[in-house]
Design a protein around this ligand. Structure first.
Ligand SMILES: [Zn+2]
Length: 128
């Protein structure tokens, strides 16, 4: 079978951050973040059930990628010590973590993109 499938799953978390030097974002504030991970898999790699990556696994990858962000002040987390917790940076961290999780998956699926909403009307998309 030719072609490529893209599969997505979402998770959410509530967390605070500050972005020093960025206008009012320098004040501590929080968001209800929403994240969507999308992986790509060659159609030729579907398993015996005709599936690429089980959606439950995909959802777990999304949840685990942001688990340590839940109800935290992001600036305090080691992963953000050398890079500010902007939406862009958070999306990249999620991509790195999902990439690591996918390495153990037999499908050969890879991360296609991470979408991260910091508010319903503001979204960043990161494609590694
Ligand atoms: Zn913010």
């Amino acid at each position: 079978m030719t072609g490529t499938f893209h599969l997505s799953a979402e998770s959410t978390f509530a967390a605070a951050h500050t972005l020093p030097g960025v206008d009012m974002c320098a004040r501590m504030h929080g968001h209800n973040w929403r994240v969507r991970i999308t992986v790509r898999i060659a159609a030729s790699r579907l398993d015996g059930h005709g599936m690429g990556v089980d959606f439950r696994d995909l959802e777990r990858y999304a949840q685990e990628a942001v688990a340590d962000f839940e109800h935290r002040y992001l600036n305090e987390l080691p992963v953000f010590h050398d890079r500010p917790p902007t939406a862009e940076t958070i999306a990249r961290v999620v991509a790195e973590r999902v990439t690591a999780a996918l390495a153990a998956h037999p499908s050969g699926a890879t991360i296609a993109e991470v979408e991260l909403w910091e508010m319903p009307q503001y979204k960043v998309t990161y494609r590694p």
